[in-house]
Design a protein around this ligand. Sequence first.
Ligand SMILES: NC(=O)c1ccc[n+]([C@@H]2O[C@H](COP(=O)([O-])OP(=O)(O)OC[C@H]3O[C@@H](n4cnc5c(N)ncnc54)[C@H](OP(=O)(O)O)[C@@H]3O)[C@@H](O)[C@H]2O)c1
Length: 289
Amino acid sequence: VKRVAVIGAAGQLGSALVKVLEERGLEPVPFTRGALDVCDHDGTKATLAEARPDAVINTAAYLAVDLAEDEVTQAFAVNAIAVKNLALVTAALDVPLVHVSTDYVFGADASRSTPYTETDAPGPQGVYGNSKLAGEYFVREYAPKHYVVRSAGLYETIGSRKKGGNFIETMLKLAAAGRSLKVVEDQVLTPTYTPDLAAAIVELLRTEAYGLYHATNGGDCSWYAFAGAIFELAGVEADLSPTTTAEYGAKAPRPAYSVLDNTKLHAAGVTPLRSWRDALAAYLSRRNA
Ligand SMILES: NC(=O)c1ccc[n+]([C@@H]2O[C@H](COP(=O)([O-])OP(=O)(O)OC[C@H]3O[C@@H](n4cnc5c(N)ncnc54)[C@H](OP(=O)(O)O)[C@@H]3O)[C@@H](O)[C@H]2O)c1
């Protein structure tokens, strides 16, 4: 594998992938939405056939979890129907497809308290999770050389895109403005730093051990605990208190527990990702550099 097409290249994970591919001596072929809209099936086919990549990584997604409850057609168009097309196109080109999915394919089991493995039955709750799961099934059915990589709680390097504004920056901005902050304590997951996930994906791509994988930073925490660690590691005083998902009242349901077991990824030969806390510390030191 040398030339690797990255779809959704302007996104959090897409931009990290382009950088890691360059660092590892591979040749990224980045496609932003303007250059390749996955919902344009014929255009996707023609563009990829012309680019002649050795592998394709799809990070494009409809990610507005709450809005998806109303925009069902749009969510499924990007997260499932377009992914079916990508699976067919990459299969016809006989190149591997890496497709990125989410911990939100789990969550329906309210009593769960141990990390999910790849053999656990999925149980999505809302439109977003259902549309992403449908996308996974298309890839697994139509693209023989596939890696489906589920991750969680992504945040990117500060300043890597013009858009900016991830959870960490939002917390720091609100604390600096002297606002009191309430953050949910009943959603437990593993926040994951996109450069770490990108490095794992690029390693995985070189294994030819096709299949379904879970890939996150190590350990777990609630969003409330994550916010606490942000302030602690940044040395910022903040008026932080816990709240509940019910009190917060978002439109779409979210998993109470969606920690992903990474054992299979490590067994495939991919270096374990560092703990979420170490990744957060790295993010913050890079931010202040
Ligand atoms: N963010 C998370 O917390 C999280 C957690 C678990 C899994 N994931 C998964 O990780 C992957 C990457 O997420 P991310 O956080 O990097 O998302 P992101 O920053 O929003 O990046 C997604 C990119 O895809 C582009 N895109 C959207 N619709 C497209 C289309 N029809 N054709 C081509 N490109 C399109 C977006 O462009 P525009 O900006 O122009 O819309 C954006 O640049 C997704 O598969 C997501 O489901 C994310």
